[in-house]
Ligand binder design. Sequence first.
Ligand SMILES: [Zn+2]
Length: 280
Amino acid sequence: MAAPGSSARDWRAGESFAVTDGPLRLHPMIVGFEPIRESISVQGGDDAVFLLEPVTAAAVVYRDGWVLLDTGFNVDVVRDPAERGRHFNYDSYTALLPPGDPLADQVAGLGLDWAELRGCAVSHVHVDHTGGLRHVPPGVPVVFQRAEYEFGAEISPAMGGAFAAIPEDYLRPALEIALIDGDTSLAPGLHALDTAGHTPGHQSFSIELSTRTIVLACDAADLRRNIVDVVPCGSQMRAQDAPAALAAVQRLHDLDLVPGVEVWPGHDPDWQGWTERTME
Ligand SMILES: [Zn+2]
């Protein structure tokens, strides 16, 4: 199947981000906040209750480079009134940012260098996950599921607000987009997991650390209770993806029961893992 966009290519058989050995550590990052209706995060939730949810990303560090998983908001869009009005025009939603650039500042604070970034993978095309792609240097592979990227490529900039997407974030010609289909090994100890449903090609990530395996559910499970109670998030971009969303939380629930595996929800204000600086 042809890859959308001039800069998208297929992930090659046996390809890996250019890192060796296993992950040394994982750095969880909170890169913003957003008020979200409970009914959006959990099926059957209250329509009138808002949760102040963290926007999350993670750096996976190897001895010879690092990998970025999800990227947060585009802070220049959020801070520009005209751009903000153009992109964030849907009901009862606003992006909340700390001072500065929360992704770039935390990367610098961790002592990580963008010149040593060996790969990036993005769970899906929503605005709270794609904005930091502007920091990814040319030539660094950025992995999406093909179904997700094709879905995202069909969203026009004018329609982005209705889809909670800013196509300019992930269609930038300087990006080297690499497309995968389903579960795929991205690097030693780092795997993409097919958790489609929230969006047509949503993916989660598993990171094998020395003492545990952490699975980042991303938006297949906003909250811990999605995982524990096997209840999907309250909305899917396409109504026909509801069965896939249920299968995804069942998969995450089952993984969470495996000894040594922790499944982290993508947006849970009460999940302490996101407040940790380093996991080993
Ligand atoms: Zn999100």
